[in-house]
Design a binder for this molecule. Structure first.
Ligand code: SF4
Length: 367
């Protein structure tokens, strides 16, 4: 923790030049232990009073919005995430947090060499579009190894979580020196930096990237990236220096679970359609589209808007299943916590027969 760097200078300058008196500080869960220290540092250097927005915060999708305006808050200081293509309605200063862990690449090289061979083999395989039976199509759906978009290259895509992105071009050079053809992908408007990935957005993926290296810790981003692309992925953890790979068995296990949930919605007649109230999770139009779709198939959809989503808040509704249009990872990572099937909009379309199994699994990305 001590090796995290918080760039508070710009925030302090902005508070002073605006003469802000009440500022809300929003800190991700992993850094909350240091929140009071940061509040002290800002209050000592400015005449502002700081309120910690102490609710859980997992991303820049979850910006403090108008509720704090009513409290008199003039500025939001949001730490550890980057700006998204959303407007929370509040002036917001994003504070970079970087980590100086700089592990050697040697432990990850064996994974990368093996993954490059997989990518090259896939590249050499001629794509044949053949009619498949329903059973084969369902098999293909669950086969992460087989489901990839058309590949036109076997480059190594180098990505990372935000606190390590300041090192990404150093690592690019090191990996190139080790003989890899490296691409740092640039994603869409939800992302701010080259090489950045979010749990809900991997828009930098390109068809000339055949495999990935993720610089970061934990498996949250790697799971999403492999679900989204079907490409092999190695991980280098700047906190421990350890290297590992995201196994296809793990991803196929998740796909089998998704398959089971889709099948269990086959007979469902009534659905709760969840709309996230957080500014960067709110997909009202998608929710309305799902409601119309259900109606077209003679089923009923109830729109339920929530700031936080959890089993205690929805399990009791007398519906057969839920479709989640808020953070996509709630359905993918947490569905076992819910008593009823919790599926993504794409999965609903598959359950209704509007999308085909054989096109493979489509990750629910927020653009
Ligand atoms: S994965 Fe979920 S919590 Fe993270 S940024 Fe995306 S919507 Fe927000």
């Amino acid at each position: 923790m001590k090796r995290h760097e918080f760039e508070l200078d710009d925030l302090i300058e902005r508070i002073k030049s605006n003469d802000n008196r009440l500022v809300a500080l929003q800190v991700p869960e992993g850094l909350k232990m240091q929140a009071l220290e940061m509040m002290d540092a800002i209050e000592e250097d400015t005449s502002a009073r700081i309120i910690l927005a102490a609710d859980p915060c997992y991303g820049a999708c979850d910006l403090v919005h108008d509720k704090m305006q009513r409290m008199g808050v003039e500025l939001v200081a949001h730490m550890g995430h980057s700006q998204m293509n959303i407007d929370s309605g509040m002036p917001t200063e994003f504070i970079n947090v970087t980590y100086d862990g700089d592990p050697a690449i040697d432990p990850v090289l064996p994974f990368l060499s093996r993954h490059r061979k997989i990518a090259e083999r896939r590249l050499s395989q001629v794509e044949e579009s053949v009619e498949v039976s329903e059973e084969d199509a369902q098999e293909r759906f669950m086969d992460a190894v087989g489901r990839i978009s058309p590949l036109r290259g076997a480059k190594l895509g180098l990505v990372g979580s935000i606190q390590h992105l300041h090192l990404i071009f150093d690592y690019k050079e090191r990996l190139e020196a080790a003989g890899f053809d490296v691409e740092v992908p640039v994603g869409g408007a939800r992302l701010s930096f080259p090489g950045q990935v979010l749990g809900c957005n991997y828009s930098g993926d390109r068809d000339d990237i055949g495999h990935y290296l993720f610089l970061g810790s934990g498996d949250f981003h790697p799971i999403g990236l492999v679900l989204h692309t079907g490409k092999p992925l190695a991980m280098l953890d700047p906190y421990t220096g350890g290297a590992e790979e995201m196994s296809f068995e793990r991803i196929e296990g998740i796909l089998r679970q998704r398959f089971g949930l889709i099948m269990s919605c086959d007979e469902a007649k009534t659905f709760g359609i969840l709309i996230g109230e957080k500014p960067g999770q709110m997909r009202r139009n998608l929710a309305l589209r799902m409601k119309r779709k259900l109606e077209k198939h003679g089923k009923k959809g109830y729109l339920l808007a929530l700031e936080h989503i959890g089993p205690d808040l929805i399990d009791f509704y007398p519906v057969d299943a839920f479709v989640n249009t808020a953070c996509p990872r709630i359905a993918i990572d947490d569905s076992v916590r819910y008593a009823k099937p919790l599926i993504t909009p794409f999965e609903l379309e598959v359950a209704l027969g509007d999308k085909k199994w054989e096109s493979g699994y489509k990750f629910d990305e927020i653009p």
